[in-house]
Design a protein around this ligand. Sequence first.
Ligand code: PLP
Length: 407
Amino acid sequence: MNRIYLDNAATTPVRREVFEAMVPYLTDKYGNPSSIHSYGREARADLNRAREQVAAAIGAAPEEIIFTAGGSEADNLAIKGTALAMYGEKSHIITSAVEHHAVLHSVESLKRLGFSVTILPVDSEGMVDPEDVKRAITPETCLISIMYANNEVGTIQPIEEISRIAREAGVLFHTDAVQAVGHMPVDVKSLGVDMLSLSGHKFYGPKGVGALYARRGVRLAPLIDGGAQERKRRAGTENMAGIVGIGMAIELAVSEMDEVSAKEERLRDKLIEGLTQRIPDVRLNGHRRLRLPNNVNMSFLYVEGESLLLNLDMEGIAASSGSACTSGSLAPSHVLMAMGIPHEVAHGSVRMTLGRYTEDADVERVLDVMPRIVEKLRAMSPIYVKTECGIKEFCANAHGCDVAEKR
Ligand SMILES: *Cc1c(COP(=O)(O)O)cnc(C)c1O
């Protein structure tokens, strides 16, 4: 069976060209960039080139790029690194309820060191209100961290507006742009951010390598102490294969972005509209317009998202419920909860994230398969029959029901 991968927000495959560019660093080109001999100097030159590629892709200067072991580490470094650099000076951090756990759990761990944290709410589409950010700032505030685009529902936050508020208040602003970089234009200067996280495996690069952009002058305490690598902000011999891979992957992603995102957007809308037309009682989660080009997150009422996923998987279709990190647990997604989506609706949510390899035929296959699966699961669901008046006959016999009338 031809499998269909619709979980590109969880991870993407490494592009062939990227893999081929990485191989020499796992074989012949094994020099340590800190060595002074020719092996070391060659590695240093290649490291510099990758740093320039990443910097150029987001409008930064090469010395503003710190390579890390992924998006989670970049988030940890931004948050703990700035908080610890200001330890004893300022002690308040502002973030939002829909952040990735790399951010939420980082601020949580700082609470144990005495930092206070404000977690801002979002509206029903997952949007942070910049006015809430403004109101939350106190003279103690050292950092604001609000993500660029949400990994579960795809909502894009008003980052320029929030960064302007932060700048006017003299507070550092970090954004987790892991879902945005490589998928939509990102320019650190026009966004006005002080720090920005990105991760290789979300744009067809390797896993275990990411970067933090930290504007010149931002004080950061290192999380990994040791040698002087990464301008003393991240010790350890560099992951050369990974770094060369992320450099190439980001350059390719940016150069092809217009074309790929236009295609993704078209397929995304085809999927959303097709499912809405073919299946009753579905709703789109997240913002309709201010949304990642590749994100579809829908709730199928009266159905368990997990059951839907298992049935899709049996048909060779890989999707996700909420984020990859929460699947396996039955707790509803913290993002959907923060958006005020009722438990029952959140439990029926499925995320399908498209990618550069998604084709019309894949979307058509989902549109063909999904109505049958949903119908089957609903027929088996006691909630559907008893409490939600889902079946016309039942409703007609029992009492008037607008769900039935709507059909
Ligand atoms: C994937 C992701 C991360 C974590 O990145 P890793 O490289 O997997 O550690 C952080 N934030 C967001 C929004 C993500 O989507």
